[in-house]
Design a protein around this ligand. Structure first.
Ligand code: NAP
Length: 281
């Protein structure tokens, strides 16, 4: 039987309905959740991402501001804006769209965001909170992947999870979240000599590489859960993930489609972190 598709659009709708209710409760007490999104430069993909984030805010009843700056914005001016937003009581979350122009140090920018407003969960402190199991903001994409896995009803305790990719924003936090859920975790990367050796033993595979067909059917254990984070283009320019979905579907028990899997969940978890930030004030 082909794997069941994990519908990220449906799960997102359910979670966003809950977020909208929480936002309405906060707004009724004068604490409407507020997200500030900053875009520096004219990167076309980034423009689409920030537009989608601002629209998602409106849909769940958040206040949002979109600040767009020319690519030449000096780093000091961006840091000043972040300081002003840190002090703004109407703003509970601050997101600076990456990548930034080369003359701006992204680490400096991320660390300038107040920890209480770091809804992307990218700061060193948020990473430390995740590593030590303290409450804090989890990076949105891996957090969304965990919700997708949870939605299958499969308990991760004692399962072997293999994460392909070790970026600070996806692979590493994904590994930590799976560990926290009591899975046994292996993290693979470009220097892993035999990727298939690891993935064939996995009850859960999360592919976060950025290269299509990284995971094919012969690399997957029958009945595994497969989460496809990748966002790539096929030869016809169509969006695709890192997984050969058609092939892997014949072997896995659950699989996320691309599009319609992890993508919508990333923005949903940004909304979730923002409503939580507002509730903590
Ligand atoms: P990244 O920073 O480029 O990291 C890619 C990782 O893949 C690196 O750790 C790299 O290893 C590893 N890798 C590369 N080739 C490999 C190979 N042949 N075998 C095993 N590992 C290999 O990318 P990212 O930001 O984590 O994103 C990964 C993908 O997810 C991209 O397609 C991105 O567009 C997508 N993404 C989607 C969403 C969403 O909302 N759907 C959000 C974020 C990212 P090294 O560390 O050794 O170089």
């Amino acid at each position: 039987m082909p794997a069941q598709l994990i519908d990220g659009i449906l799960l997102s709708q359910q979670l966003r309905a809950d977020i909208a209710q929480r936002a309405a409760t906060l707004s009724a007490s004068g604490r409407q959740p507020g997200l500030a999104v900053i875009l520096v430069g004219e990167d076309p993909a980034s423009q689409v991402y920030v537009r989608n984030k601002v629209k998602a805010c409106a849909d769940v009843g958040f206040h949002s501001v979109l600040e767009k700056y020319a690519a030449e914005l000096p780093e000091a001016a961006l840091l000043d804006r972040i300081a002003a937003l840190n002090a703004d009581p109407a703003i509970h979350g601050i997101l600076v769209q990456m990548p930034l122009p080369r003359h701006i140090n992204p680490h400096k920018v991320i660390e300038a965001i107040s920890t209480t407003k770091d809804v992307d969960g990218y700061s060193v402190l948020s990473a430390g909170e995740l590593m030590t199991g303290l409450e804090g903001f989890r990076p949105c994409t891996p957090y969304g992947c965990m919700k997708l896995i949870e939605s299958t009803g499969v308990d991760l305790r004692g399962k072997h999870a293999v994460v392909i990719g070790r970026s600070n924003t996806v692979g590493k936090p994904m590994g930590l979240l799976l560990l926290q859920a009591n899975a046994t975790v292996t993290i693979c990367h470009s220097a892993t000599p035999d990727l298939a050796y690891h993935t064939r033993q996995a009850d859960v595979v999360v592919a976060a590489v950025g290269r299509r067909n990284t995971l094919t059917a012969d690399m997957v254990k029958p009945g595994a859960i497969v989460i496809d984070v990748g966002m790539n283009r096929d030869d016809n320019g169509k969006l695709c993930g890192d997984v050969d979905t058609a092939g892997v579907r014949e072997v896995a028990s659950y699989i996320t489609p691309v599009p319609g899997g992890v993508g919508p969940m990333t923005i949903t978890m940004l909304l979730m972190n923002t409503v939580e930030a507002a509730e903590r004030t």
